[in-house]
Each structure stands twice: as C-alpha cells, then as structure tokens.
Design a protein around this ligand. Structure first.
Ligand code: AMP
Length: 188
C-alpha cells in the first residue's frame, strides 16, 4: 500500500502525517505545496507565478501544477509515493489518472483526514505564528477552506466510488492520528 493520496482540508495535518507515513513506508513524500514554496523561496519563474495564487488562498492553475507533478513522478525515487495536497481539482484527478496509467503505477488508496472547520482555522492561525507562511492568516485561511469545499471535497466521491477512499478522523494527537492511518491502510 505505498501509492497513496493524502487528502484533507488545509490544517487537517496532511503535511505532518505525510512526512511520518513516508518514513514508515519508505515511499517518496510529494507535497505540491512544499514544491511551490521551495520555488517561491528560490525565486524561480514557477515560484513567482505560484505566489500570486498562494497568497490569495487560491489554487495555482491546473496546467502548472499538473506539469510539476508529472516531472516529480517521473523521478527515480517515485515508484512508491505519498501525494500530499494533490490532486485538488477534477482536472488534476484526470491528469493524474493518465500519468499513473502511463507509468503503470495504479493508486492503492486515498486517505481523507477529517477535522471540523473551527478547529482548522484555530490550527492554521496558530501555525501561522511560527511557520512564516504568508497564507496562514485568518482571512486567507477562510478563503482556502472555501476553495477546498468547492473544488476538492467533491473529489472524495470519485475515489469512494472507486473503492479507494479511507476516511480517517484527524482530530487528536499526531501519534493517535498516525495510528488510525496505519489501521486504515492495514499496516498497523
Ligand atoms: P498546501 O501546503 O498543500 O496547503 O498548499 C499551499 C498552497 O499551494 C495552496 O493554497 C495553493 O495555492 C497551492 N497548491 C498546493 N497544491 C496545489 C494543487 N494541487 N493545486 C493547486 N494549487 C495548489
């Protein structure tokens, strides 16, 4: 079970869980948010373009995001992977299907972390005090949650229909949530 998508609203703990799950499984951790932030920090053209959207809490256009993921999945260490924060739109789901068909690596499961909305805003605003992320302010967070509900939440139905979706309660301590993820994947 090492070709996974980790889904969930901003602040659900995807990044934290993806890092330790990657350690436990040996899969590559592929976070589109981290790749964008690295590009922003390095001042690449991709970073300059992405920053406009990120700072507003909007999604970076699909074409840019899909191309970036395709490159990353083509690298040698990406036979096993945990996709963190991708796909987020219906177009990205389609393009990911094509990429995985091309490289012959079907998905094993989609983990969806669930956390209630007010808890999310609290967590992110708290994170913003130390993360230095320019998109962790309350206004931007509320917009990110809105965009998530409109664009990304509906994708769960697609993976549910395919029998791949495993919903995991994301409330509680980091280790507790990690344990629930392992149980959902049958690696506990
Ligand atoms: P994250 O770290 O996953 O919360 O992502 C931070 C920001 O990066 C998001 O609010 C978007 O602006 C952008 N981003 C990350 N992943 C994607 C994606 N799959 N599609 C579009 N934009 C993304």
């Amino acid at each position: 079970m090492t070709r996974l998508i980790l889904m969930g609203p901003p602040g659900a703990g995807k990044g934290t869980q993806a890092v330790t799950l990657a350690e436990r499984t040996g899969a590559a951790h592929i976070s589109t948010g981290d790749i964008f932030r690295a590009n922003v920090a390095a001042g690449t053209p991709l970073g300059v373009e992405a920053k406009r959207y990120m700072d507003a809490g909007e999604y970076v256009p699909d074409e840019i995001t899909n191309g970036m993921v395709k490159d990353r999945l083509g690298q040698d260490d990406a036979d096993a992977f945990i996709l963190d924060g991708y796909p987020r739109t219906a177009d990205q789901v389609e393009r990911l299907d094509e990429m995985l068909a091309e490289i012959g690596h079907p998905l094993d499961a989609v983990i969806a972390l669930t956390v209630d909305d007010e808890e999310l805003v609290q967590r992110i605003v708290e994170r913003g005090r130390t993360s230095g992320r320019t998109d962790d302010t309350e206004d931007v967070v509320r917009n990110r949650l809105k965009v998530y509900s409109a664009e990304t939440e509906p994708l769960m139905a697609i993976y549910r229909q395919r029998g791949l979706l495993r919903e995991v309660d994301g409330m509680g301590e980091i280790d507790e949530v990690a344990g629930r993820i392992d149980s959902a994947l049958g690696i506990a």
